[in-house]
Design a protein around this ligand. Structure first.
Ligand code: FAD
Length: 387
């Protein structure tokens, strides 16, 4: 079994899969290692992304949008939505046009990996990266799995292992995060729901998601992803009931949502930490780079992390390929990332912090929403400049 590679990608979510894809057209040895038995499954995500046109409006100067959407074929899309409807704590409705896609995310990751494997990249599934020794010019990586158990020697390591990233921890890369920068997200896939298929709904209010929000994302048939996120620093306030209880309470008691979900049955439950503190302090060091959630690339006000994970995978893949050929230094990675998505991520954290000031009081938040109106709500949720 081959145990020496130019590049090792740890974790095959959207970030890792995209990195592998953009490395695969190059003449370099790449190994991808994923602890799940089947790439992409189980899904732990709301699966909602902007359409290519919507993302272009959010990131007008991006060089990577066409590249990442070329990896999203029609067959991995389960629904197309046209509107976002945001409810204030007193259930005033703020609705705006926004074209989106609801993905079959497991199929997305599987499709990218299938395309990648056609191009001579190695993949070990059911395989856990257990530890890493940084030897400067290369790393020795202990992998334990069904296809291979032993030490892999890798020139470059890509931390695509989600949040919190063990790869970041092992290489001593700092996040700069506090408790308010991490959300605990829980979600159920519900069937038998009565929702509008082209509307993504978001609900605020401290009774349901303290200083966070809940969502209903229609999957196109009679199923929907229904979840909510609460930041870790609000657990003290919220801890009298667990986050799962908050979700059950939302499903059963929210005056609007409960009507849509009254006959629903649960198909699947999932829970995961989500980074909402913006790009982590260190995304690169020597021969390691971080992509996706490992690098903190989630838009803090709306929880969107799929497009940014794919963009970072694209940047990392292309840069590493040039680096292995001796053309570019990996040092430029952090700057490339910031140039591409730094502004929108920074803005989303600022909006989150400002919203924090108002969201402690439902009355105050209702009042502020009334002042900013639908235009303001739309700009904040799309992370657009307010000026
Ligand atoms: C409930 C919920 C709802 C969400 N909804 C949305 C949404 O609607 N839209 C959106 O854009 N974003 C959403 N997000 C965020 C989005 O899911 C993430 O931003 C995205 O998955 C990041 O992709 P990633 O590849 O960086 O990380 P991940 O998807 O977390 O992938 C990391 C991979 O690494 C593997 N791994 C970890 N450690 C190891 C190891 N040591 N060895 C081997 N493999 C390892 C894991 O098994 C996993 O497959 C949501 C998140 C949650 C939790």
């Amino acid at each position: 079994m081959k145990s020496e590679f130019d590049v090792l990608v740890v974790g095959v979510g959207v970030g890792g899969a995209t990195t592998g894809f953009f490395l695969s057209s190059q003449n370099i040895d790449v190994l991808m290692v994923e602890k799940k038995k089947i790439v992409g499954s189980p899904v732990r995500c709301g699966e909602f992304i902007p359409t290519q046109e919507s993302l272009k409006k959010m990131l007008p100067n991006s060089k990577y949008i066409e590249k990442i959407y070329s990896l999203i074929p029609e067959k991995v899309v389960s629904n197309k939505t046209k509107w976002i409807r945001f409810y204030s704590p007193s259930n005033k409705c703020f609705e705006f046009k926004f074209d989106g896609l609801v993905l079959k995310r497991n199929l997305l990751e599987q499709w990218i990996v299938e395309e990648t494997l056609k191009r001579n990249v190695y993949l070990y599934t059911s395989s856990l990266v257990k530890s890493i020794k940084d030897r400067g010019k290369f790393s020795l990586v202990l992998v334990e799995g069904s296809q291979f158990s032993g030490v892999v020697k890798a020139g470059i390591v890509v931390g695509a292992d989600g949040f919190p990233s063990k790869i970041a921890e092992w290489y001593g890369l700092k996040t700069g995060y506090g408790l308010s920068d991490v959300a605990f997200a829980v979600q159920k896939v519900l069937t038998g729901v009565d929702v509008e298929k082209d509307v993504v709904e978001m609900f605020s209010g401290n009774n349901y998601a303290p200083k966070g929000y809940a969502w209903i994302i229609p999957k196109g048939d009679d199923t929907a992803n229904v979840g909510l996120g609460i930041r870790l620093n609000h657990f003290k306030v919220a801890h009298k009931i667990s986050v799962v209880e908050y979700l059950n309470h939302f499903i059963k008691k929210h005056p609007i949502a409960s009507k849509r979900l009254s006959k629903a049955k649960t198909l699947n439950f999932t829970a995961k930490l989500v980074p909402v503190g913006g790009i982590v302090s260190e995304t690169h060091k020597n021969n390691v780079v971080l992509v996706g959630d490992a690098a903190g690339l989630v838009l803090a006000v709306n929880g969107s992390g799929i497009p940014t994970a794919m963009i970072s995978g694209c940047i990392a893949g292309e840069l590493i390929a040039e680096h292995v050929k001796g053309n570019l230094d990996l040092n430029v990675y952090s700057n490339l990332l910031k140039q591409e998505i730094g502004k929108i991520l920074g803005r989303s954290v600022t909006f989150r912090k400002v919203a924090d000031i108002f969201m402690g009081s439902d009355k105050l938040f209702d009042f502020i929403l009334k002042i900013v109106g639908v235009k303001g709500v739309s700009k904040v949720l799309k992370c657009e400049s307010l000026f």
